[in-house]
Design a protein around this ligand. Structure first.
Ligand code: UD1
Length: 341
């Protein structure tokens, strides 16, 4: 009997890649999304890659009755919860919108899972919970720092909700995956990142500049205490990241967890500066990018990268793609979007 995995926010950037990897690993995937921050492109891409259409439900996870109906109507073995807002700046301007959406939706998922016989719950967290860490690379034992944005705070609170719920409700098991900086696209160029409006994140800004949608990339800060003066991050390929979810879900479903709640860093352990990333993009794709240095962006940490040792050991997962391969995939996706491939 195939096991069923519900992917909330499954039509988004990471959710669509995870849906593909789950289906290819032999799971039945149930995709649910309210489409508030995406269109049908990625879901259609998922269907093309798989050669069939996984079940899709358009619904809002803040609607507790709808979430309950979804769980009551399917035998769900695990849920991966992505459905959340994710723009740092917007969260500072509209904190209530972020707290309401990100926390309520997650509580509704856990509540519905409980009511319907229990479930394995995988939460999509972020390395933002570490803030500006003193010792790098960070491990799962590194303490969390008070969040500098409501967005980051919703990640911390959601982790706490899951931790507390697995303690109180034996029918719930939980894993939180703390992602570093997910970038890239599927090698088919059929799914990828589709930011609405001006991208906040580095790689979509780079690809949009290269294709001519944006005039010039602004590199935020050149006087950071790093070798080349730009910030260091741990860029993780989105397909590698998606595979980590398959490993984590399988660990839960097969009952191999060592505790009822586990946390894993999902990164490469390899720090890359903004300038290095830009140079690699230019080199691997044989093009020149228009960029300039501007002031630092408020709220940015200087350096954050994580040790993936625990995920390597316990999940049997390892990041495989090089930054160059990932940047080539991101560029292929941008060109496919522009119909230039
Ligand atoms: C940010 C959030 C992180 C969130 C992630 C989601 C913070 C501090 N960061 O990560 O919590 O999980 O997005 O995708 O809350 N940069 C430029 N020019 C640009 C854009 C970015 O120079 O136009 C630089 C930034 O200063 C940074 C690096 O590129 O040094 C990466 O930025 P970005 O892609 O936005 O990711 P983070 O800020 O690391």
């Amino acid at each position: 009997m195939k096991k069923t995995v519900l992917v909330s926010g499954g039509a988004g950037f990471i959710g669509s890649h995870v849906s593909v990897e789950l289906a290819q690993a032999g799971y039945d995937v149930l995709i649910a999304d309210n489409m508030s921050n995406c269109d049908e492109t990625n879901y259609n891409g998922v269907c093309k890659i798989l050669g069939y259409a996984p079940e899709f439900v358009k619904m809002d996870f803040c609607d507790s009755e709808a979430v309950d109906r979804l769980f009551a109507g399917h035998k769900i073995d695990a849920v991966i919860h992505f459905a959340a807002y994710k723009a740092v700046g917007e969260s500072v301007a509209q904190p209530l919108m972020y707290y309401r959406n990100n926390l309520l939706s997650f509580m509704n998922v856990i509540e519905a899972a409980r009511k319907n016989g229990g479930c394995n719950v995988l939460f999509s967290s972020s390395a933002t919970v570490y803030g500006e860490a003193e010792d790098l690379p960070v491990t799962e034992k590194t303490g969390r720092k008070p969040s500098t944005s409501p967005y980051g705070n919703t990640k911390q609170i959601s982790e706490d909700i899951l931790r507390d719920c697995v303690k109180a409700y034996p029918e719930i098991k939980g894993i939180a995956l703390r992602y570093f900086n997910p970038i890239g696209a599927h090698p088919s160029a059929l799914i990828g990142e589709l930011p609405r409006g001006v991208p906040n994140n580095l790689v979509p800004f780079i690809t949009q500049t290269a294709i001519g949608k944006r005039e010039c990339l602004s590199i935020f800060g050149k006087d950071y205490p790093t070798e080349d003066g730009t910030c260091l991050r741990d860029y993780i390929d989105v397909v590698d990241l998606a595979k980590a979810h398959v490993c984590a879900v399988t660990r839960m479903i097969e009952g191999k967890m060592k505790a009822d709640y586990e946390i894993y860093n999902i990164g490469t352990g390899r720090p890359v500066s903004v300038l290095e990333l830009v140079n690699s993009f230019e080199k691997v794709n044989s093009l020149k990018l228009n960029y300039k240095f501007v002031d630092r962006r408020p709220g940015d940490v200087v350096s954050i990268y994580g040790s993936p040792a625990l995920a390597n050991e316990e999940l049997g997962w390892k990041a495989e793609r090089s930054v160059e391969e990932t940047l080539a995939a991101a560029w292929a996706w941008e060109k496919a979007l522009a119909g230039k491939n």
